[in-house]
Design a protein around this ligand. Structure first.
Ligand SMILES: *Cc1c(COP(=O)(O)O)cnc(C)c1O
Length: 392
């Protein structure tokens, strides 16, 4: 096999897809009356609620702010423990710390790389208040098992579905199942609003608290005011909230992008099918595993490199060789407890063997809807070539 085209353009692991209609939607807002908290916020929230089948949706400035809001609404406070996975972006655990709570990690399942319900059960104490499972790479977690554990121990489930917009669990859309579900609209995610995030929920009380939380803890709702007769200018702050509002500019972009979500997810699935076919019989590579009763929306395509199979090379060497060939490989994620901030707070390497072993072996290949067939083929050819160079 000859070395594939070295002068190929750089292919990132993910990126947005913006069309003229998205640009037009943003320009229309810029020419209008409201740059923030205008009519597009509600339109965007309605579009997400309708798509996911959730009763309510509350937009935030970004997904991390949305997770913070969900932790507040769940009543997480000092002394509370919240169980999450170490195999995620730091925000899934940081949101607990914002509220003064303690993240407790539970190890992952060897095959799906998602949090293992049996490990969750082992980590429950009298202080446990909530679970934040993460739909890693877009594959929904074991929701039935997790929700059953939560009901039994009176815990709130905040699903971090930053990877899973468009995914389904037992034929139901992600976003309508957990107590609260978070989606992110960062440019590498399924649709983008620049920065942006949202919480979906079926519970009216969470919804009302979230709306107030993203606005300093302030309300103007006459039904919620303690002194409703003060005057038409009146508003009240009831708790310490934040300015976590999404702008109308972002919401217009998000609303326009929502119209294309299904074709975006479809294209991701098509590329994954090609990758799976190409890599399933490559020695040394383990392709992702998808459970029968759920459909991933494929935010990331993560392969595993078997170290016993490699000759004169490790994951780092393969990674560097691919980068040299303009393939924007990445590693998702550095386990959260490896970060110095967490280590300084007593979290230890060695505590979550499956996540830690996976971290040594995993690599994310480029996957985004705007990827052309030619780019997909370039990734396939280059990965195969490099693997054959470094295989026993
Ligand atoms: C992207 C992401 C977030 C945070 O979203 P932002 O919108 O970037 O704040 C949280 N959790 C996971 C797993 C993510 O991938």
């Amino acid at each position: 096999m000859t070395m594939p085209d070295v002068k190929h353009r750089f292919i990132p692991y993910g990126r947005q897809w913006i069309d003229q209609d998205d640009i037009d939607a943003v320009v229309e807002v810029l020419k209008g009356d409201y740059l923030t908290t205008g009519p597009y916020i509600e339109q965007f929230e309605e579009a997400i609620a309708e798509y996911t089948g959730a009763r309510y949706a509350v937009a935030f400035a970004n997904g991390t702010a949305a997770l913070h809001g969900a932790c507040f609404a769940a009543g997480i406070t000092e002394g509370d423990e919240v169980i999450t996975t170490p195999m995620t972006f730091a925000a899934s655990a940081n949101c607990v710390l914002y509220q003064g709570g303690t993240p407790v990690f539970a190890d992952i399942d060897e095959k799906t790389y998602n949090i293992d319900p049996q490990e969750i059960e082992k980590k429950i104490t009298a202080k446990t208040k909530a679970i934040i499972p993460v739909d890693f790479t877009g594959q929904p977690v074991d929701l039935d098992e997790i929700l059953e554990i939560a009901r039994r121990h009176n815990l709130v489930v905040i699903e971090d579905a930053a990877h899973a917009l468009g995914a389904t669990y037992k034929e139901r859309k992600i976003g309508s199942i957990s107590d609260m579900t978070m989606f992110s609209f960062h440019p590498v995610k399924h649709i983008t609003s620049g920065e942006g995030g949202i919480i979906t929920t079926n519970h009216r009380d969470y919804y009302e608290t979230l709306v107030q939380f993203r606005q300093h803890g302030i309300t103007r709702d006459p039904d919620r005011l303690q002194n409703p007769d003060e005057g038409p200018w009146f508003y009240e702050m009831h708790f310490l909230g934040y300015n976590y509002r999404m702008t109308d500019i972002q919401a217009a972009l998000g609303t326009s992008q929502m119209k294309k979500l299904d074709p975006f997810v479809e294209r991701r699935r098509e590329i994954v099918k090609r990758y799976n076919e190409a890599f399933s019989d490559v020695p040394g590579i383990t392709i992702p595993f998808e459970k029968d009763d759920r459909r991933s929306s494929w935010h990331l395509y993560v392969i595993r490199l078997n170290p016993e199979h490699l000759k004169n090379a490790d994951r780092k060497r393969i990674f560097e060789a691919l980068r040299t060939q303009q393939i924007g490989v990445n590693v998702h994620y550095i386990p959260v407890h490896y970060h110095p901030y967490y280590r300084e707070r007593g979290y230890e390497k060695g505590s979550y063997p499956i996540a830690e072993k996976l971290y040594e072996e995993m690599m994310t290949l480029p996957l985004f809807p705007a990827m052309e067939d030619d780019d997909v083929q370039h990734v396939i050819d280059t990965v195969k070539h490099i693997m054959s160079t470094y295989s026993r």
